[in-house]
Design a protein around this ligand. Structure first.
Ligand SMILES: [Zn+2]
Length: 83
């Protein structure tokens, strides 16, 4: 089941979204994309415990998912996907 079905994910403004399958991607062959969302919006979500689908190999730029435990694990390990 999708994380959306548990109320822990939200998709915003699909009009400006890039999704790897919509872009013609196939498993093992994912086209590049140019982000259309303001980084200020992404920064706010990430600051409050959400991960952003725009950072995934199989990107989904409209997708934000509440995963504070992943951010805490990354910080404890001294790494960050959120520069
Ligand atoms: Zn989503």
């Amino acid at each position: 089941m999708s994380v959306h079905s548990f109320g822990a994910a939200i998709d915003i403004n699909t009009k400006f979204a890039d999704y790897w399958i919509w872009s013609g991607g196939k498993p093992g062959k994912v086209p590049n994309y140019a982000n259309k969302f303001p980084m200020a919006i992404i920064d706010v979500f990430e600051r409050h415990g959400f991960i952003w689908g725009g950072r995934w190999y199989h990107y989904d730029t409209m997708h934000f998912e509440y995963r504070p435990e992943l951010i805490a694990i990354a910080k404890a390990g001294g790494v960050s996907a959120c520069p």
